[in-house]
Write a protein that binds this ligand. Structure first.
Ligand code: UDP
Length: 246
């Protein structure tokens, strides 16, 4: 089932459900794009029709962040839970190790994706890493990066270039990449590699992960100003009854 939130389709799935859907994508062998949708991107998509159609063209869209879960609740179309990029990636990596799926990590500063892959293999000794590549290449270098991934033939591609750059990269090259499941993961490689700490568990439980990030990375303040605007928009739209089940 899906809901329509501010014009964007969001799938009604929890973490386990998202993993199952992606397992189906892997079995199909056909390219699929997964988007973990956060309030910043959904807000931006209100002004960028191309971004909104990218979201609506994805094969699975999960609610990344309490803001999206809250907005869905206010609209009367609740979602079971938030499914963030990092949580979904970690769950998929565990599944990949068990199933023998190859994973490719693209993004972050040089060395970070390798270190993240090393730590993931330490935790899941059977994990097959098809390749890693940093995320600082010029637009002219994209075809070469795509070719590198295509020939590595991963089942899962995690792209950490920041949103929406990573979603745009995947959408642009979805067919050329030929990867069964590709998804953006933001700064997850930095967290997995131990370069950036995640908010403590108690903060995450209290839905205060955003506050933990703000304390650690004050430069995010400007970006976070969009959250109250998003909340206001979602509330207004819900009141006028324009959101609802598809
Ligand atoms: N990044 C990258 N290439 C770029 C810009 C950013 O690989 O051209 C990486 C950056 O090093 C970081 C991630 O993308 O690892 C962005 O992390 P952030 O937490 O800002 O993601 P967002 O919250 O924007 O999705």
């Amino acid at each position: 089932m899906q809901i329509n939130l501010l014009g964007a389709r969001v799938d009604v799935v929890d973490l386990a459900g998202a993993v199952e859907r992606i397992a189906g994508f892997v079995q199909s062998g056909i390219p699929h794009q997964v988007v973990t949708l956060n309030p910043e991107i959904l807000y931006r998509a209100q002004r960028e029709p191309a971004l909104l159609s990218l979201i609506n063209g994805a094969d699975l869209v999960t609610a990344d962040g309490v803001g999206v879960v809250w907005a869905a609740k206010v609209a009367g179309t609740p979602l079971p839970e938030r499914v963030t990029g990092i949580d979904l990636m970690l769950a998929l990596v565990a599944r990949a190790a068990a199933e023998g799926w190859r994973v490719f990590l693209l993004g972050a500063s040089p060395g970070v994706a390798e270190e993240a892959a090393r730590r993931l293999q330490e935790k899941h000794p059977g994990l097959l890493v098809a390749g890693t590549m940093h995320g600082y290449f010029p637009p002219a270098g994209e075809p070469e990066v795509v070719e590198m991934i295509r020939t590595a033939r991963p089942h899962l591609l995690f792209v950490g270039l920041g949103a929406p750059k990573q979603e745009q990269f995947i959408a642009r090259y979805k067919q050329a990449l030929g990867v069964s499941a590709a998804m953006g993961v933001g700064g997850s490689f930095d967290v997995i590699a131990g370069k950036v700490a995640r908010a403590p568990a108690w903060m995450r439980r209290m839905h205060l992960e955003w506050l933990g990030r703000l304390i650690r990375e004050p430069r995010r303040f400007k970006r976070m100003l969009v959250l109250p605007r998003f909340a206001w928009l979602a509330w207004r739209k819900a009141r006028s009854g324009r959101c609802g089940r598809r």
